[in-house]
Write a protein that binds this ligand. Sequence first.
Ligand SMILES: NC(=O)c1ccc[n+]([C@@H]2O[C@H](COP(=O)([O-])OP(=O)(O)OC[C@H]3O[C@@H](n4cnc5c(N)ncnc54)[C@H](OP(=O)(O)O)[C@@H]3O)[C@@H](O)[C@H]2O)c1
Length: 315
Amino acid sequence: MRAVAVSAFGEQPQLMDLPQPEPGPGEVLVRLAAAGLNPVDWKIADGMFGDAKPASFPLVLGTDGAGEVVGIGTGVRRFTVGDAVFGQFQRPEQGGGSYCELAVADENSIAPAARSVTYATSAALPTAGMTAYNLVEETRVSEGLRVLIVGATGGVGTLATQLAHGRGADVIATARPVNADLMMTLGATETVDHTQGPVADQVLARHPEGVDVLLDLTSGPEEFDAMTRAVRDGGTAVSTIGSADADALTEKNLRGFNFANRPSPQLLEILAGQVDAGRLTVLVGREVPLEEAPDALELSRSGRARGKTVLAITG
Ligand SMILES: NC(=O)c1ccc[n+]([C@@H]2O[C@H](COP(=O)([O-])OP(=O)(O)OC[C@H]3O[C@@H](n4cnc5c(N)ncnc54)[C@H](OP(=O)(O)O)[C@@H]3O)[C@@H](O)[C@H]2O)c1
């Protein structure tokens, strides 16, 4: 089968012809129609998680995917052949990922796909959607709170903006002018152009009292520290890329943490339900064929994604 994989950490991703995987007990074999690209895909290829995540090679890249169940292992209860599913397929120890034609997933890593959207849209949802959902949940975003989302125009940010708005919060979203209208359509109350000077200064100029919650998806440690100036005393500041320093936050009387995602099949079902109910829009920014995954990963690495990139695998 066709797959995009690396032969070692740090090697260039390449289109390869790899053997079809077989589902073990509790596992499902899925013919993927589409794979969703996340920044974590190139971080894994780079070996960024090192020994924390043992891997076997060639390592198929990609976490997210959607397609049709074509085989089930023993003991599988939740699915049968022919089901339309979406979810997470990353299994580095087995060399498995989602940038391929046939992928194996634990049955608890996938869920029935939303009925109202294409496989391409479903493939864009799992990691970014569960991250966005857990972020607003764990920071207790609720009615009347002011939430600043930094990196709002990407995969996680566009979904977090909608979910925070859905909970009645006022969302300040970072966006270049070209993306400002889009973010307002998704539920932002206002936007801040992160290319026009420090975001914290711009926010404080409009709201001297500060924001209640900072969801920061892009800032390195120093920038994150500067960004927390925009958070009110006693507020909450979270980084998705490990930039939060617990001691520094405590000193500033802020609640905060480095976010770690907690995926679950229930969460996938909630997200698919919200998509079908028209409450959540998944923005597919670009759809490219599987063999263009190496170039698409390079673009993701540059940090300039708008919405999600999806790899089309089978029609
Ligand atoms: N900890 C976890 O479990 C977890 C889970 C999911 C994601 N993440 C991480 O969270 C980050 C975001 O993920 P994603 O999927 O949303 O990424 P993405 O789709 O690649 O989006 C990145 C977005 O950030 C914007 N951006 C870049 N630099 C910025 C800056 N200085 N200020 C404001 N916006 C900026 C970009 O917009 P412009 O091009 O317009 O600047 C782009 O829209 C990634 O590093 C990812 O690995 C972590």
